[in-house]
Design a protein around this ligand. Structure first.
Ligand SMILES: CC(=O)SCCNC(=O)CCNC(=O)[C@H](O)C(C)(C)COP(=O)(O)OP(=O)(O)OC[C@H]1O[C@@H](n2cnc3c(N)ncnc32)[C@H](O)[C@@H]1OP(=O)(O)O
Ligand SMILES: N[C@@H](CCO)C(=O)O
Length: 390
């Protein structure tokens, strides 16, 4: 394992990609995943006693760039521009924000199985697995949420972080945050679980299956070993369309798009199959092609399976029994219009936590994606609850 103790403590360099080699990861399935690398970025400076570290967990297709940052003086232009580019939780993380990077040392790591720098299906397999070092592809194993947390614990060790002041995430990030607090209760002082639940529900599993099948049935998928040929972008795009509908609310889609045709496209056409698109179809086409342009289909399957594996109770008894080991402060928040992670599922989580934890609400017309869009509300809740005290 590469020892990075104190990394980030000497030079202030924010939002710049780094890597940690964490060695072999023992998975819940019994599979031993060798030569695991985690990509991560940091913001701020780690306090000498390590007490100001915050872990931000990204959602399904997220990356390590949670907020804009700054490369060190003299860094190559491309690195400077990448560091300064906007992040997916800008407004929540940054100088003067609720997660104030002038005060906290913020870490965001790409999940194992992802395609933003951490070991995943597109990574060349080690020589012991494949002497030709072809990508893992179809051979990449199931990595559960719990496995991913074990990997991040190795990263925390490497960074010299004994305990997190806060672990926070939304959606799959919330699942990861919750799993942290239960797997390593002594290492989490506060935990924020936003738009997430204790166990992936039957309906969430059902949506997950439909997305996975969309990818697997693309002829270009070829069982997952497609890296030498065309990528299954049609299947990946279809998976994203299915998912994206669940990420937004019916009311929002109605008010934004209604039944309006896209630009001058004709939706009433006498030629079967020849009609133009409704605006909402064009919108989904756009979301699909954007994801297909930035994400690997095998990684999509991998992280979707990770999310489907989410069950904080597995091997730990009832929900109350599983959560009884935790001793941190909590923020549990749901988006009022979320039809994928229902507010009542957050209620179940809050009610089962030790102590008197109540569920908070993010008000948004946007549905599940409200956890990203309403970043200022998330920040306000944080400073009113788990970050109220130093
Ligand atoms: C937590 C994480 O780690 S997730 C990592 C970041 N996540 C993502 O990037 C996921 C994908 N992105 C998203 O889901 C959204 O962009 C969010 C949630 C981040 C923001 O949501 P919103 O601001 O409401 O964006 P919205 O869903 O309206 O999408 C806007 C896009 O749709 C396009 N669009 C809007 N209407 C139409 C239409 N009729 N036809 C075609 N495209 C359209 C816009 O041009 C815009 O395109 P752009 O993103 O390329 O600039
Ligand atoms: N749009 C987010 C939401 C998933 O929860 C993502 O793609 O990660």
């Amino acid at each position: 394992m590469t020892v990075l103790r104190g990394a980030g403590a000497d030079v202030r360099e924010d939002g710049v990609p780094r890597h940690a080699e964490i060695g072999t990861l023992e998975l819940e399935s019994g599979f031993r995943l060798p030569e695991v690398r985690l990509a991560y970025e940091t913001w701020g400076v780690l306090a000498p006693d390590g007490s100001n570290a915050v872990l931000v967990e990204h959602a399904l297709t997220g990356d390590t760039h949670v907020a804009a940052g700054r490369a060190r003086p003299g860094a190559p232009e491309a690195q400077r521009r990448a560091a300064e580019s906007g992040g997916w939780w800008d407004g929540l993380v940054g100088p003067g924000a609720a997660i104030d990077t002038d005060r906290y040392f913020v870490v965001c790591a790409n999940i194992v199985g992802g395609c933003y720098g951490s070991t995943g299906p597109s990574t060349p397999a080690p020589a012991e697995v494949d002497p030709e070092r072809r990508p893992w592809g179809s051979r990449f194993p199931l990595v559960t949420v719990r496995d991913s947390v074990h990997a991040e614990a190795a990263l925390a060790d490497a960074l010299g972080i004994d305990a997190w002041r806060l672990v926070i995430g939304g959606s799959m990030g919330g699942a990861r945050a919750l799993e942290w607090a239960v797997t390593y209760p002594e290492r989490v002082r506060a935990c924020a679980v936003v738009a997430a639940c204790a166990q992936s529900s039957a309906e969430q599993l059902a949506w997950g299956q439909a997305q996975n099948l969309a990818i697997r049935q693309d002829p270009d998928f070829r069982g997952g070993d497609y890296y030498d040929g065309p990528f299954p972008v049609t299947g990946l795009g279809l998976a994203r369309r299915i998912a994206h509908i669940t990420y937004r609310s019916a009311d929002e889609l109605h008010h934004r798009f209604g039944r309006t045709p896209q630009a001058e496209e004709q939706v009433i056409d006498t030629h079967p199959g020849g009609r133009g698109r409704y605006q909402v179809e064009s919108y989904l086409d756009h979301q699909a092609s954007k994801l297909a342009g930035r994400f690997d289909a095998n990684s999509y399957l991998a992280v979707n399976e990770t999310l489907m594996s989410h069950d904080v109770c597995r091997g730990r008894g009832t929900l109350e029994e599983a959560l009884s080991v935790t001793s941190c402060e909590w923020l549990v928040a749901a988006v009022d219009s979320d039809r994928l992670y229902l507010p009542r599922e957050s209620d179940v989580l809050a009610a089962a936590l030790p102590g008197d934890v109540r569920r908070h609400t993010l008000t948004s017309p946007s549905g599940h994606d409200g956890f990203l869009i309403e970043a200022p509300q998330v920040g306000k809740l944080l400073v009113e609850t788990v970050l109220a005290r130093p």
